[in-house]
Design a binder for this molecule. Structure first.
Ligand code: SF4
Length: 927
């Protein structure tokens, strides 16, 4: 039986706490209806109430009220130009990225920017943001006006027919996305559309512009079904002032015509701890596979993570191993896709004039056709490094040539964009991208945005400027991580409001992960936000954000009907983790993970290894003892943590007397101190076992050869030319002749001419050296070179040390110690007591040695010097009295004395990034 519509829903009503089943039945029976539109923000919310997914944005589009949204690049440029105009002292691009969310929030909150700019109580920072926002909107407007003029040109040139049509139909773009709702509400108020009977389900917190729009669009009979949550209660008076009636959904059961809510048992809620994030993900996906085998549809299960990016990669990896279909719909920037990487390779190859390595990366990119197929051997042998050399090697790259060949020449935007599109065609990127739904999405998104990059089409720019804009565009565009079809979806709590599932798996319930801490706002601090709100310009404060977090969590957990499993890893990286405060709820029962069947060959193998009867099965085997020992080690490693039996300690680097050394008799070099301080196994592998990575090919210059060569040449220079008055600094001819001679001598000493690439690289090295020694920072005017490659031997905090200082200068303040670096001007850092790679001690060792070599001369400073960038490092080093330095020395002594060399890098695995021992090391970075 259907209730009289006016008795249930006399005008416009907010129903608090309605259940999906109530709403679904009421819609089906026409209890409140008929509605013109039932709107939901997500597909999952629409599915829960059995309606077709239609969002507020889609309705605006159908009513042609979606405004003239400025393209993403235009918005980015407009904001950057507004920043540059209002605050020229900051780096415009970076600051624009920082303030973009605040500007968006101001626009959503429907401020009058003109009134805010006049508000006397605003701080300077808040006022500047308001002025930037005004300048931004003006710049957008201007871009819209300019675009009208440019449109005709572009439309003739763009190849995409549908885009042409759209571009001609629509007037100039000029709105930010955050203005659309406000503009639409105004247009409706002016009669652009008639009010409609709307049903709205699945909406949580609504910004002021969304409230204004819904109020303008919703006619008599409209319903907003909202969660009954304290976070939303404080918004109710504003709705009531607009004429809405607020009612509780519990009233519905008292009305005879209303449907009785289904009997609902609360879902079973369990909390399970796992040793690591990988264990957690493996168990959850195995459980999901079990449910799938039992006939539970994939869309009746959901994975929930507060930070989807933390869990996405591991979920995808394990899901592929288990053959469990999953969908990861969170956005990742195009730079993290294969298509985005291909574009970056193209730009790199073109900017480096088709140098060998970037060109090979491009031509053999996994997403395109292998352009070197059948010619790879030739390319490796000849290593062409410029366009002519590629032609001489029989590999024609003419179709990939950029429209402007030299760095200073310019081409039009349209020519640059056509070049990228032509290269994609030549390398068959489209057919490669079809193999992965996410890549196909990425390519189509890239093509769409390239059209905007081509405007204004007549503007000319160099390759460097175009590359910068395109790289920026790649970081702005985001695409779903793993869209696919069907499969169990991963969601964050906010996107689950209004949905309904039978089984839910909430991952990562760790303190500090979930609930997410409220991050400080760098653009507008909490004090400024409160002051603005008090002055009548609302901005969210910490209380509102905490309320929203609570709302999202409770609404997301309420979507699960049968079983909700909360899980968390006890360890992540090398840090123990505490369970989240959300698990203190008495309804959540801590449990052990129930056994799940093996779901992949790898999982079966792991289970086999941990069976208690495994060694017994091997007892009769002649290899039994050795196998049992190996088996025990595998079990132990799967469990992680220290070994149970003393005889297994050796497998963990505890070698005892086998590798113990007397720390008082051992002589360290600075780099040995660094290796041992970074990771004891790294030191053991490199310095005790003397393991080295194999050289790649004889054709290549050996590793570090460039650095050694620079050192030798600069040593020869320093020995003969000691100050800036010397001929090599003042006379170009003498400089060239001297550097040529030293380079040839040094290369002969290092036996470099036997390498095939030497001749090709010689000119480049010579040019770099000529440029380097002319830089003021290389030899400051007040300094003279005293010594180069100075050997030292001495004592540092009780350790015997020896080594070589690259250069010692005499300055008016004393000795200056310089260590050359071929890369950045910074030294390798060792672990501090918290396990972070924060401590740089190399210069301290040098300074201590210099003080012992020449006690009468003070050491003025010590720094690293980048030979590539001609830049010294800031001379801020820990002092020898720093307790961290003392603790490091004690640790080094202990490792040697006890013979302990475990695999133990810093927490962020920085030591592993360039580790020659990595191929001999079992280290696996967690998560
Ligand atoms: S890869 Fe990392 S953990 Fe392994 S030896 Fe090197 S620094 Fe240590």
């Amino acid at each position: 039986m259907t209730a009289n519509r006016s008795s249930v829903n006399p005008s416009r009503t907010i129903w608090l706490g309605a259940k999906a089943a109530q709403v679904q039945r009421a819609i089906a029976q026409g209890l409140w209806g008929p509605f013109d539109w039932v709107l939901t923000p997500t597909r999952q919310a629409a599915r829960a109430i059995g309606v077709q997914a239609q969002s507020l944005d889609q309705l605006l589009k159908r009513l042609r009220l979606d405004g003239n949204l400025a393209p993403m690049l235009v918005r980015q440029r407009a904001l950057r130009s507004a920043v540059a105009k209002v605050w020229p002292d900051v780096e415009a691009g970076q600051y624009a990225n920082t303030i973009a969310p605040v500007i968006r929030e101001m626009l959503h909150n429907g401020w009058s920017l003109a009134m805010a700019a006049q508000e006397p109580t605003l701080s300077d920072r808040a006022r500047r943001l308001v002025i930037i926002a005004q300048a931004y909107l003006q710049a957008l407007q201007l871009s819209g006006d300019q675009k009208l003029g440019d449109q005709k040109l572009d439309d003739q040139q763009l190849s995409d027919q549908s885009t042409q049509r759209r571009a001609v139909d629509r007037p100039a773009d000029r709105l930010d996305a955050a203005q659309i709702y406000g503009q639409a509400a105004q247009a409706i108020a002016q009669g652009a559309a008639d009010p409609l009977a709307l049903g709205l389900w699945g909406y949580g917190y609504l910004a002021p512009d969304a409230i204004a729009l819904i109020d303008a669009l919703a006619g008599p009979g409209s319903c907003l079904w909202w969660p009954n949550d304290p976070a939303l209660h404080r918004l109710l008076p504003a709705w009531e002032q607009r004429g809405w009636t607020v009612r509780s959904a519990s009233e519905l059961s008292e009305e005879p015509e209303a449907t009785t809510p289904p009997t609902e048992c609360p879902a079973l809620q369990q909390a399970i701890a796992f040793p690591t994030l990988e264990d957690e993900v493996r168990w959850v996906l195995a459980k999901i596979k079990q449910h799938l085998h039992q006939g539970v549809p994939a869309n009746q299960m959901v994975l929930i993570a507060r930070d989807e990016q933390r869990y996405g990669p591991k979920l995808l990896e394990v899901a592929q191993e288990f053959e469990v279909p999953v969908r990861l719909l969170y956005g990742v920037p195009l730079t993290q896709t294969r298509v985005g990487h291909w574009v970056q390779c193209l730009l790199e190859a073109a900017q480096q004039q088709w140098a060998y390595e970037p060109a090979v990366q491009l031509l053999r990119h996994p997403i395109g056709r292998d352009r070197l197929e059948g010619q790879w051997e030739t390319a490796r042998r000849l290593r062409p490094d410029r366009p002519k050399a590629w032609v001489q090697a029989g590999i024609d790259l003419a179709d990939l040539a950029p429209p402007a060949q030299s760095a200073r020449r310019k081409a039009t935007r349209e020519q640059w964009v056509s070049w990228v599109q032509d290269c994609a065609r030549s390398l068959e990127i489209r057919s490669g991208a079809q193999h992965w739904p996410s890549e196909a999405n990425a390519l189509s998104s890239l093509n769409h945005h390239l059209i905007e990059l081509a405007r204004p089409s007549h503007e000319t720019l160099t390759l460097a400027s175009f590359a910068q804009e395109l790289r920026e565009l790649l970081s702005l565009i985001s695409v779903p991580r793993h869209p696919g079809r069907g499969g169990v979806e991963l969601h964050n709590p906010a996107s689950l409001i209004g949905a309904q599932y039978r089984y839910g798996f909430a991952l990562g319930l760790v303190e500090g992960w979930w609930p997410a801490p409220i991050a400080p706002d760098l653009a507008l601090d909490w004090f400024d936000r409160r002051a603005l709100t008090q002055a009548g310009f609302p901005m969210a404060g910490t209380a509102e954000l905490a309320d929203q977090e609570r709302l999202h969590n409770s609404a997301a957990f309420a979507t699960i009907q049968e079983q909700l499993v909360f899980s968390y890893p006890q360890w992540h990286g090398q840090q123990p983790q505490s369970p989240s405060a959300l698990l203190r709820n008495p309804q959540i029962r801590p449990t052990e993970p129930e056994p799940v069947p093996d779901v992949s060959p790898l999982a079966s193998w792991q289970r086999f290894l941990t069976r208690a009867d495994r060694p017994a099965a091997l007892a009769q085997d002649p290899l039994g003892p050795a196998l049992e020992r190996a088996w025990r080690m595998e079990c132990q490693r799967l469990r992680s943590g220290p070994p149970d039996r003393p005889e297994d300690l050796a497998f963990h680097g505890f070698l005892g007397s086998l590798a113990a050394m007397d720390p008082d008799r051992h002589t360290f070099s600075a780099s040995q101190i660094t290796d041992l301080g970074q990771c004891p196994f790294k030191y053991f592998a490199r310095r005790v076992l003397r393991l080295q990575e194999p050289q790649e090919t004889e054709a290549d210059l050996p590793r570090n050869s460039k650095g050694n060569l620079y050192h030798r040449v600069l040593q020869k220079l320093g020995e003969q030319q000691r100050d800036r008055q010397a001929p090599v600094f003042s006379d170009p001819e003498q400089r060239l002749a001297a550097l040529e001679t030293w380079l040839t001598e040094a290369a002969t000493e290092l036996q470099l001419p036997r390498h095939l690439t030497w001749t090709a690289q010689r000119q480049e090295l010579l040019a770099q050296l000529q440029w380097l020694i002319l830089q003021d920072s290389f030899l400051p005017a007040e300094s003279t070179i005293l010594h180069c490659e100075v050997p030292f031997e001495g004592e540092w905090l009780g350790l015997k040390v020896k080594g070589m200082i690259d250069r010692v200068d005499q300055s008016p303040d004393g000795l200056v110690l310089i260590d050359y670096k071929t890369g950045k001007a910074e030294g390798a850092k060792v672990k501090d007591q918290t396990g972070q790679a924060n401590l740089d001690v190399q210069l301290l060792v040098y300074a201590s040695a210099a003080a012992q070599l020449a006690p009468e001369t003070p050491v003025a400073k010590a720094y690293y010097y980048s030979l590539r960038e001609a830049k010294p490092s800031p001379s801020q080093q820990p002092t020898r009295d720093d307790p961290e330095v003392g603790a490091l020395v004690q640790r080094l002594r202990h490792h040697l004395a006890a013979g302990e060399y475990p695999v133990d890098p810093d927490r962020e695995y920085k030591a592993c990034q360039f580790c020659e021992a990595s191929s001999a090391c079992r280290c696996v970075q967690d998560g």
